[in-house]
Ligand binder design. Structure first.
Ligand code: CP
Ligand code: NVA
Length: 307
């Protein structure tokens, strides 16, 4: 009895490989122009941002509209959520008005609470510990350029941040080898690495970016100071720790000759990545940005259109 559980998209780890693959396939079908009706007609999605965004904001709004739906874009600072109304009450109210909620938050506990009490799908648009929509786009991008990702070596260099943590989850589900180079202080959480390994994932941790990148088919990095770190006042310390992990031409020499490189953006040129590699022939960074739109359409179709 009771209504079916809403189709939340909270973490890569919540899904089996077939379900993730299904969402990516739906996204690729929309990209190829094979979804020509308006599957989200009559549906409204609330997009809530506690943090700034360019890609997530625009790709979700455009994606929902292209699928025939409507959006309400909200900044939490303009909402009662931003002055203490609970995620629980917010969930119960929004469930009466809209058909799904996407939230970008600096505290994963808020999206978990929102999802627990929402009777509509809740989609993770980035938290302090995850960015699953990004990783769906990244897997799509890798496979468009280099074929099936299973068994391939992906290298991460830099901070063991939210994006890295979703990559760890994706390694467990999509079956790629993930080598992560971080300073010891900024390693991803051991519990998450243990979880992934227990799922059969091949995760290698090192403090040496060259060792991580050696022979890799794909090299990935991200900001040294993420949005959730900005309040720490430790940006100078992070810059010192992370300088040896810069993604540059010298580091790329250690990757496979046909390696591609990715960055979720926004990039801090001259910090975690150089202009030379970002704008060079191995970069697929702007295809990756485009694929946020297509991958998220797959998630939306799964969550809202029974796809
Ligand atoms: N990559 C990404 O999520 O970008 P935005 O912060 O611009 O949404
Ligand atoms: N790790 C970055 C990703 C931005 C899309 C951050 O959380 O700020």
């Amino acid at each position: 009895g009771g209504p079916p559980a809403p189709r939340h998209f909270l973490e890569i780890m919540d899904f089996d490989a077939a379900s993730l693959r299904h969402m990516l396939d739906l996204g690729s079908r929309t990209k190829r122009g094979e979804v020509t009706d308006r599957p989200l007609a009559g549906k409204t999605v609330a997009l809530i941002f506690e943090k700034p965004s360019t890609r997530t904001r625009v790709s979700f709004e455009v994606g929902v509209r292209q699928l025939g739906g409507d959006v309400v874009v909200l900044s939490s600072k303009d909402m009662q959520l931003g002055r203490g109304e609970t995620p629980k009450d917010t969930a119960r109210v929004l469930s009466r008005y809209v058909d799904a909620v996407m939230l970008r938050t600096d505290d994963v506990r808020k999206i978990r609470e929102l999802a627990e009490y929402a009777t509509i799908p809740v989609i993770n648009g980035l938290t302090d510990v995850s960015h699953p929509c990004q990783i769906m786009a990244d897997v799509m991008t890798f496979e468009e350029h280099r074929g099936p990702i299973a068994g391939q070596v992906v290298a991460w260099t830099g901070d063991g941040n939210n994006v890295a943590q979703s990559f760890i989850q994706a390694a467990a589900r999509f079956g790629f080898v993930l080598r992560i180079a971080t300073p010891p202080e900024l390693a991803p959480p051991a519990a998450l690495v243990d979880w992934a390994r227990a799922q059969g994932a091949k995760i290698e941790l090192t403090n040496d970016p060259k060792a991580a990148v050696a022979g890799a088919r794909c090299v990935v990095t991200d900001a040294w100071v993420s949005m959730s770190d900005e309040t720490e006042g430790r940006a100078p310390a992070r810059h010192n720790l992370l300088a040896p992990y810069q993604l540059n031409a010298e580091l790329m020499k250690h990757a496979a000759p046909d390696a591609i490189l990715m960055h979720c953006l926004p990039a801090h040129r001259g910090e975690e990545i150089t202009d030379e590699v970002m704008d060079g022939p191995q970069s697929v960074i702007f295809d990756e940005a485009e694929n946020r739109l297509h991958a998220q359409k797959g998630v939306l179709l799964w969550a809202l259109a029974g796809g």
